[in-house]
Ligand binder design. Structure first.
Ligand SMILES: Cc1ncc(COP(=O)(O)O)c(C=O)c1O
Ligand SMILES: N[C@@H](CCCC[NH3+])C(=O)O
Length: 425
């Protein structure tokens, strides 16, 4: 869903003019649209939760994409489940009103404390990523006199055809249990105390723009389901992870309906199996922008630089994955000539850019919007260069809610202490 509208030369999110947000909350600043998050969620829920479906399908929002409490609250109120990867993310979901039973817990290195916390909160299931983790969950659950519901996260060895840093389902990746070992690990899980097998899980990567890798992974997972069945292990659901891509520039990922219907069609032969999904990016990426202001323009004789007040510490994706985010003027600027140059931040790194080779009509003081910044934006931000993290604002119709205040310097160095002074002798 396109959330940004131009009204008389000024960009709006829902009914709010973006310059008003910048004026009130300063820049840089993340701005999210509640309506867009809701619509993106509904695209999933309409496919999975309709009158024709009786299977208890679940959509578990991948919290790592955007863990702002208000974002989680909006989704919890819509009935979302949550895919988490840390004890901290479990705590956030609970704080935002999410149901423990709707939480699935992924991650390759869950600590004792995290496992204990998840069991205490009685979360829906652990997505177990190794034999060693399975043994540890069994020990802890047994000692706590409880049972952990588990799925094994299996690595289906499918090429997701995405950036290598965000492909997770290849043999070489650290994620999941190799498919050829899955039966043995399930058989072990079946006899371990404190363990209840409920499903199987995979996640092959992020920002997938083709349907084919999802369907290839599904085939491999269903072959595993058959093998398990032959060996007396019956699953209740199959979790196909997240990964559906979005349009940053001209990508044409499958529509949510097409993606889900293709999987449901294949699952018709398995009426007892519910489908779980873990979308992150598809729910929030295009529901948010990063607002930033131009500080200076510089021309070094052969190249233009547009220096803005947001850097790689605020939005890491361009530096880390050479990701392309469209960058646009918030107010039409007709009085200035266009320049082509790199949009760079204040951080002392050559890789600190938000966009390269962009053509914009800009002057110092102009407001820019970095689009599609709602996923893996704020959640990947840092305090590098002692830069306070930006504010986050949720737009809801004509209202703007500050849902996270910009950090102060005290926030940035909280917990640090000085050592007693040493005097020179
Ligand atoms: C286990 C797991 N589930 C879900 C997701 C969400 O992925 P996406 O944001 O691409 O939907 C990820 C991130 O790649 C993940 O690692
Ligand atoms: N952080 C990545 C997505 C990775 C998802 C984690 N498995 C991105 O910004 O595209």
């Amino acid at each position: 869903m396109s959330i940004i509208k131009e009204v008389k030369g000024v960009l709006h999110l829902e009914e709010v003019a973006l310059p008003a947000v910048a004026e009130k909350f300063a820049t840089p600043c993340y701005v999210y649209s509640r309506a867009a998050i809701t619509a993106n969620w509904q695209a999933f829920s309409e496919q999975l939760f309709n009158e024709n479906s009786e299977a208890p399908h679940k959509v578990c929002f991948a919290v790592k994409a955007n863990s702002n409490l208000a974002v989680l609250q909006v989704l919890a109120e819509l009935g979302a489940g949550f895919d988490v990867v840390s004890g901290g993310e479990i705590a956030r979901v609970l704080r935002a009103g999410g149901e423990p039973a709707n939480i699935v817990f992924s991650g390759v290195a869950k600590s004792d404390a995290e496992i204990r916390y998840a069991l205490t909160q009685d979360i829906g299931q652990f997505n177990v990523e190794s034999d060693a983790e399975l043994e540890r969950i069994s020990e802890i659950a047994s000692a706590m006199n409880t049972t952990a519901r588990i799925s094994l996260r299996v690595n289906p060895d499918v090429d997701a055809k995405t950036h290598p840093y965000i492909a997770t389902g290849l043999e070489d990746n650290k994620f999941g249990i190799p498919m050829q070992n899955a039966l043995t690990t399930y058989q072990r899980a079946a006899v371990l105390p404190g363990i209840e097998i409920v499903g199987a899980d995979c996640h092959i990567g992020s920002q997938l723009t083709e349907l084919e890798p999802f369907l290839a992974a599904l085939e491999r997972m269903l072959a595993l389901v058959d093998t398990l069945e032959e060996n007396g292990i019956t699953l209740r659901h199959i979790d196909m992870g997240g990964g559906l891509g979005v349009t940053y520039t001209d990508e044409q990922p499958p529509q949510v309906a097409e993606y889900i219907q293709a999987m449901l069609k294949r699952l018709q032969d398995y009426p007892h199996l519910a489908l779980y999904l873990e979308p992150g990016r598809a729910i929030v990426a295009n529901a948010g922008v990063l607002l930033t202001r131009v500080e200076y323009l510089k021309f070094n004789g052969h190249k233009h630089f547009i220096m803005v007040d947001a850097g790689m510490n605020d939005l890491l994706r361009p530096a880390l994955y050479q990701a392309h985010h469209n960058i646009v003027n918030v107010e039409t600027n007709s009085s200035t000539a266009a320049i082509t140059g790199d949009v760079v931040g204040p951080v002392c790194e050559t890789g600190d850019f938000l966009g390269q080779n962009r053509t914009l009509k800009v002057r110092s003081g102009d407001l820019l919007a970095v689009k599609s910044a709602g996923a893996y934006g704020f959640t990947m931000s840092s305090n590098y260069n002692t830069r306070p993290k930006p504010a986050e604002v949720m737009i809801d119709g004509a209202q703007m809610h500050l849902v996270r205040a910009r950090e102060t310097l005290e926030d940035v160095w909280r917990g640090e202490t000085l050592i007693p002074s040493t005097s020179l002798k």
